[in-house]
Design a protein around this ligand. Structure first.
Ligand SMILES: Nc1ncnc2c1ncn2[C@@H]1O[C@H](COP(=O)(O)OP(=O)(O)O)[C@@H](O)[C@H]1O
Ligand SMILES: [Mg+2]
Length: 263
């Protein structure tokens, strides 16, 4: 559980560079939720999650359980010589016993789909997508009850992206609360049960994907695009086809089209 009550955050307060990045945010995150945080660049998404994770300290934030935060491009911050050492770092610091450390390393590698033979490999020898999985696994080895990820799929190829999203979904199925900042509206609509929309430091919408992506005013104000499944149906509507356009994934989109054209 994470609760934000009337949370504001200002960078460089009292200097000419002062910038308020969050205004009066009210949010409650329940255990086991899968939430996507969306909004244009500079809308306050990264600030919001750093406040939630306690990295930026401010009044009005309460949480329980362990929160793991995966930064943007986390692979740039790998520093150990082997994958195993990277993943062992956090549990070692927590004072875990060697057997417990070994178990957590194994679990974390499995959770992100890293093959066992990578244990003694240097992270530098791995591909970009694999390095990112190592970075995420290094957070998972802390066994967080909440995992917050800042644009986890940015810059990955289509296949690594799909694999990583599957793994994140599986973590949520296993009970981990997920908060994921993303510019991928398709992934947000398909995977998250709840979408939080940020615009100019404010939460301007918070609800299920169908409802949030159905609001033209929100999409417009936040500078978002609708998920592909909705955009396709919007095109048909624009051509005069009478069809509902609230499909949150490609299967629903197909079903709407089949029904409309009696296929
Ligand atoms: N360290 C910082 N110092 C000053 N301003 C910052 C800092 N980090 C972010 N900002 C500003 O705060 C606002 C929100 O930024 P951020 O939370 O990074 O947005 P997003 O992640 O949605 O792109 C932006 O205007 C950004 O320029
Ligand atoms: Mg950001």
């Amino acid at each position: 559980m994470i609760r934000l009550s009337d949370v504001s955050y200002t960078y460089a307060k009292g200097t000419p560079f002062e910038k308020t990045a969050l205004f009066n945010v009210e949010l409650e995150i329940g255990n086991g939720e899968f939430i996507a945080i969306v909004g244009s660049t500079g809308s306050g998404k990264s600030t919001l999650i750093q406040v939630m994770a306690g990295l930026l300290t401010v009044e009005g934030v309460t949480s329980d359980g362990r929160i793991g935060l995966v930064f943007q491009r986390p692979e740039d911050q790998l520093f150990e010589e082997t994958v195993e050492a990277e993943l062992a770092f956090a549990p070692k610091n927590f004072g875990c016993k060697p057997e417990e450390i070994a178990r957590r390393v194994t679990d974390a590698m499995r959770q992100v789909g890293l093959p066992d033979q990578y244990r003694l490999v240097s992270p530098l020898k791995l591909s970009g997508g694999e390095r990112r999985r190592v970075a995420i696994a290094s957070i998972l080895s802390m066994q967080p009850s909440t995992l917050i990820l800042d644009e986890p799929t940015a810059g990955l190829d289509a296949r690594s992206k799909a694999q990583l999203l599957d793994e994140i979904k599986r973590l949520n199925d296993g009970g981990t609360t997920i908060l994921m900042v993303t510019h991928d509206m398709d992934a947000a609509a398909r995977l998250a049960q709840r979408i939080i929309v940020m615009s100019d430091g404010r939460v301007i919408a918070d609800g299920d994907p169908r409802g949030v992506f159905g609001r033209a005013d929100v999409i417009e104000r936040a500078g978002l695009s609708r998920p592909t499944s909705m955009a396709i149906l919007d095109r048909l509507r624009a051509k005069g086809v009478e069809i509902e356009s609230d499909a949150i994934d490609i299967d629903e989109c197909e079903a709407r089209i089949r029904k409309c054209f009696k296929m």
